[in-house]
Ligand binder design. Structure first.
Ligand code: SF4
Ligand code: SF4
Length: 296
């Protein structure tokens, strides 16, 4: 059973839009829990990973991530066109006497080689990024880096999540937005923390993020960052939708200053540790309550 005290729990930290303080929350939650639990931070924001800037991990392992792209043996190809027909991404084109493969469009789905009637398509790996693992002061750390110019983030996210040890608390830093990489990173979580700010943009993107998380049937709660500016619309929305606001962080130049210097919030201002531990207790409570009601 996930979520009970002393047992594993996966918490993903997401946000509908960039710049809301998602990584600040993920890293401070991880650092606060580290003293009382086994903690792993998986940075799945593979297009722009930056948890390492705050946690300064020692990297001890590196693994390249590739996707299989087709290679056609044209000596045996009949130019029947079947491969181009089945490719949903226009990554392969068949001319009269030539087959063209566009590796940067290929999603490595394998449909073309599987369906080639002559079985003349083999696959070769194309590197799209790397996964690095290590530790940061007693905490396990893993992040993925998508090679610049590549578009396929999900295989790297899958690989990063493969490092989850399921022994303590796993915190996943998710990329902003609501697209496929977000779904890939958030799915299988026990809880999703949505970080937002009290502005119209914050609310607009929060609504979309809540829809995504609800479709995945994952319970969620809010961290409202930079309170003191904007309006109360996010709070009103949360009340209407029965989504708990689990932590508020005020707009504070000291917090922003630490962040810009690569210092995690709970290290710059250790008095915040208690708030983040309280946040994790509330999450555990919600997860336990939910798993209890699912059993009934
Ligand atoms: S499906 Fe196979 S045989 Fe047909 S064009 Fe493609 S590679 Fe050639
Ligand atoms: S592996 Fe899939 S995406 Fe790539 S060329 Fe073949 S059918 Fe298209």
């Amino acid at each position: 059973m996930w979520g009970k005290d002393g047992e594993s729990m996966i918490i993903s930290v997401a946000s509908g839009k960039g710049g809301t303080g998602k990584t600040l929350v993920a890293t401070s939650l991880a650092l606060s829990l580290r003293d009382k639990d086994k903690v792993q931070l998986l940075d799945c924001d593979v297009e722009e990973p930056n948890a390492h800037v705050l946690l300064k991990p020692i990297i001890t392992g590196s693994e390249s991530v590739s996707i299989p792209v087709p290679k056609v043996d044209e000596d045996k190809c009949t130019y029947c066109g079947k491969c181009a027909e089945v490719c949903a991404y226009n990554a392969i084109a068949v001319m009269k006497q030539k087959v063209l493969v566009f590796p940067e469009l290929c999603h490595g789905c394998g449909a073309c080689s599987y369906l080639c009637p002559e079985k003349v398509i083999s696959e070769e790996g194309r590197e799209i990024g790397v996964v690095e693992s290590g530790h940061s002061d007693g905490m396990e750390f893993v992040h993925g880096k998508l090679t610049i110019g590549e578009a396929m983030a999900t295989p790297i996210i899958r690989k990063v999540k493969g490092y989850a040890n399921h022994e303590g608390t796993v915190i996943i830093d998710v990329s902003p937005g609501t697209s496929c990489p977000v779904v890939e990173a958030v799915k299988d979580s026990d809880f999703c923390l949505l970080v937002t700010e009290p502005t119209p943009f914050g609310l607009n993107d929060l609504v979309l993020a809540v829809e995504t998380v609800r479709q995945l049937n994952i319970p969620c709660g809010i961290v409202l960052n930079r309170t003191g500016v904007g309006d109360r619309k996010v709070e009103e929305y949360c009340q209407k939708e029965d989504i708990p606001i689990l932590l508020t962080i005020p707009l504070d130049t000291k917090i922003a200053g630490f962040y810009s210097r690569g210092i995690p919030l709970v290290e710059g201002l250790p008095q915040w540790k208690g708030s983040f531990l309280g946040l994790s207790d509330k999450i555990r409570e919600i997860v336990n309550e939910r798993s209890g009601s699912l059993k009934r």
